[in-house]
Design a protein around this ligand. Structure first.
Ligand SMILES: Cc1ncc(COP(=O)(O)O)c(C=O)c1O
Length: 408
């Protein structure tokens, strides 16, 4: 390859983010290219969760809700995510899963404009977004419309109640123009809800500057909160008092411990809390967010761009049978790189067997996450080199690599 391993190592040595790798516990011998799906374990998380279990739960028992401010965890950890996405601290809470948060915001937003009939999204959006939007539309007597990616903008019209889009596409990594589409929808009187699952902690975001009204996102991908970590939910300050949740729980009541029969929404964003917060999961996410301490998202993104360029160039030389389906221009993509190949599943398994962990997305995509906090240029070089050997020797043809587990 025209770039040598020594060249890649030299780039690592000059990398200002090099030391951040020390904030993670990564297994020896693994090149982890799946942090866009499940972030690895940041240092300090295991100890923090153990302390919450043994000292707080074990020692304080139910007193922990006040004594350890468990009750304030959704807002406290939301405020830690806020700077990563360009939001104000009181515009973000941590709660439930991304799917549940989508449902909360789709239903609340659609109810704001009952005279508008359409919930509009992209065909091929992440399936949970499609399923939630369609289910909510059926429930509310609205029309669900899923349009091809390049038709979405033109489909926004006076009947649109809500535009629901995923900022960075889970398969291709293609990125929508957040500011432009939000403004376009707003001009016609529609709200926009952004799924930031593949954006938060990956690309620089400024929801305030871009006029974003509503957003949700995962806690377990680039934010490294652990398997099934609680998600986040964002509502712009100016909308918070106007939205009424359809999914109402006691934790979103103005006074949960008054136990009133009548529902009165909590002020601001707290009305989107539903049930008792999962303290162990939030504790893991809170400790994990420490990995971003003092880190500028612009620097993370600059390195992601450089890792992408190296990956793409090396693949073109060493593995020319793969078609890169991720846009090349930085402003049109997120932080993963995807390649189409008819045997992507088996190839992905063969890679994993050699310690290069990426993932497969049906029907034919090998998807590789470029996470600058703990990946270096030499990792990229080695990963492509290993893939080149697997392809050269057709090692992926081993029947063991065709076996599909429940999770692919
Ligand atoms: C764009 C997008 N939205 C939502 C989700 C998942 O949501 P949940 O955490 O509710 O499973 C994913 C998971 O990969 C995703 O890629």
């Amino acid at each position: 390859m025209s770039v040598t391993l020594a060249d890649a190592e030299a780039r690592d040595a000059a990398d200002p983010l090099l030391n951040l790798r020390g904030r993670f516990d990564l297994p020896e011998g693994v090149i982890y290219l799946d942090g866009n799906s499940l972030g690895p374990l940041p240092k300090g998380v295991a100890e923090r969760v153990a302390a919450v279990v043994s000292e707080e739960w074990g020692g304080d028992l139910i007193r922990g809700w006040n004594a350890r401010d468990w009750i304030g965890a959704p807002q406290r950890v939301g405020a830690m995510i806020a700077p990563l996405i360009g939001a104000k601290p009181h515009e973000v809470i941590v709660a439930d899963s991304t799917t549940v948060n989508l449902f909360k915001l789709v239903t609340a937003a659609a109810a704001l404009a009952p005279e508008r009939s359409v919930i509009l999204t992209e065909a091929g959006n992440f399936r949970t977004d499609l399923y939630v939007a369609e289910g909510a539309a059926n429930l509310l007597g609205r029309r669900f419309e899923a349009r091809a990616r390049d038709e979405v903008e033109g489909a926004i019209g006076p009947g649109t109640s809500l535009l629901l889009l995923t900022h960075v596409h889970y398969r291709t990594g293609a990125r929508f123009d957040m500011a432009g589409l939000t403004a376009r929808a707003r001009d016609t009187g529609a709200l926009t809800l952004w799924d930031l699952s593949h954006s938060a902690g990956a690309v620089p975001l400024d929801l305030g500057r871009d006029g974003v009204e509503l957003a949700v996102g995962c806690g377990y991908k680039y934010l490294n909160g652990g398997p099934g970590a609680p998600a986040f939910l964002y509502v712009a300050e100016h909308l918070q008092e106007r939205l009424m949740p359809a999914l109402r729980g006691w934790m979103g009541h103005e006074a949960p411990f008054a136990f009133d029969d009548d529902y009165r929404p909590a002020p601001g964003l707290d009305r989107f809390l539903v049930g008792t917060p999962p303290i162990l999961g939030i504790a893991a996410l809170e400790a994990a967010l420490d990995a971003y301490r003092g880190v500028a998202m612009d620097a993370v993104w600059a390195k992601s761009v450089a890792l992408f360029d190296l990956f793409r160039a090396l693949m073109a030389e060493r593995c020319p049978d793969f078609t890169c389906i991720t846009p090349q221009e930085p402003e049109l993509r997120g932080s993963h790189i995807s390649f189409a190949h008819p045997h992507a599943f088996e190839i992905c398994q063969a890679l994993i067997a050699e310690g290069v962990i990426g993932d497969f997305r049906s029907p034919d995509v090998l998807r590789l996450g470029l996470t600058p906090l703990y990946l270096g240029f030499a990792d990229i070089w080695r990963a492509v080199d290993i893939l080149g050997d697997i392809m050269g020797e057709a090692r992926w043809r081993d029947p063991a690599f065709a076996v599909r587990g429940k999770v692919t």
